[in-house]
Design a protein around this ligand. Structure first.
Ligand SMILES: [Zn+2]
Length: 342
């Protein structure tokens, strides 16, 4: 199973003036149809993802970051993950995995991040975007990639499988929140400027890294994470699987909203079904009164009270055949039946 992961960048320092330096121009010209000069392109640096637990309670392994560093070279940059060709204005020309000294992730492992360099041509229509990047307005970046099914950080089984009883975000069974370990990248798609990235420390690098470091706060407790699987209604499937397997579980924070919506929808549908069944019972009772007049009211009530829809349909068909049958043509209900009519 492929898991499409949206995550975000951690930043980086763009070369001074955004002009390519050293071998960067050569790397850029690998992707162009003609040779561009350093003055014709704008370069910026960002971090695509790291080995920290993000807001979705996902975490890339260091090995996965190395694989992604190869997959992301040549991928285009978009806005809000729009797939429109006219929104493809940037391209990654270089990626590198960097270990940040004296910094660890929440597991206490060395902090590692995947840095990328991207370029865009200095065209008149890109001027405002370049200015926004330089001004730090455009800085939140999200990347999209495909991963094989993530495994649980506690038991190592596939998440949402019957073998794994754990829920993302749960803090009771481990020192760090239960999260998905993303270890097997399959493909990389694109990177995008977005309003709200998935990873807390996301964005284009500032000239030094202090601003980026300050962004690295753990907002798990305050920020509802976006969860790609949630959009497909799989939070409900998660509960169904756990219930079917008779496994204990806690409600992951990200699933609370979807679960509440699902319950409301089920209640609404249940009410509609109850209304329909009530109408069917009244209709069948009326037919029975007409077809078999003279019985006490409790008799008609008893015939329809606990009957299933199929039995009600059969009773109604029987009543109608009596009403329309040749032996009953001309018969009309007697006067004492009238009070029982609905
Ligand atoms: Zn587990």
């Amino acid at each position: 199973m492929i898991y499409r992961k949206y995550c975000a960048a951690v930043g980086g320092s763009p070369p001074a003036g955004g002009t390519p330096e050293g071998e960067e121009l050569e790397q850029i010209n690998f992707f162009t149809l003609r040779k561009f000069t350093a003055e014709e392109v704008f370069v910026f640096r960002c971090t695509l993802c790291d080995n920290e637990i993000d807001r979705d309670y996902d975490r890339f392994t260091t090995e996965a970051l190395h694989t992604l560093s190869r997959l992301f070279v040549g991928r285009t940059g978009l806005f809000d993950h729009s797939a429109k060709a006219r929104d493809q204005v940037m391209r990654i020309f270089s990626c590198a995995v960097e270990e940040v000294p004296e910094r660890t992730n929440r597991l206490g492992e060395p902090y590692v991040r995947l840095n990328a360099k991207a370029y865009l041509p200095r065209l008149p229509e890109n001027e405002s975007l370049i200015l926004e990047i330089e001004a730090g307005i455009k800085k939140e970046i999200s990347v999209s990639c495909a991963m094989r099914s993530p495994r649980c950080s506690v038991c190592g089984e596939y998440f949402e499988s019957d073998e794994c009883p754990h829920a993302k975000g749960d803090t009771e069974c481990a020192k760090v929140p239960v999260h998905a370990v993303l270890a097997e990248p399959v493909d990389a798609f694109e990177f995008s400027f977005v309003a709200i990235p998935a990873q807390p420390a996301a964005g284009v690098h500032s000239m030094d890294c202090r601003a980026v470091e300050q962004q690295t706060v753990y907002e798990d407790e305050r920020t509802p994470p976006r969860h790609p699987q949630m959009e497909q209604g799989s939070a409900l499937n998660f509960f169904k699987q756990k219930l079917a397997a008779g496994l204990p579980f806690t409600t992951p924070r990200y699933a609370v909203g979807e679960l509440r919506q699902a319950i409301e929808l089920l209640e609404e549908q249940a009410q509609k079904s109850a209304d329909w069944l009530s109408g069917l019972r009244s209709d069948v009772r009326r037919s029975l009164v007409l077809a078999m007049p003279g019985l006490p009211p409790e008799a008609y009530d008893g015939m329809v009270a606990d009957a299933e829809p199929a039995q009600l349909e059969a009773l109604r068909a029987c009543a109608w055949s009596r009403l329309n049958g040749p032996q009953l043509i001309g018969e009309t209900p007697s006067e004492d039946v009238a009070p029982y009519k609905i």
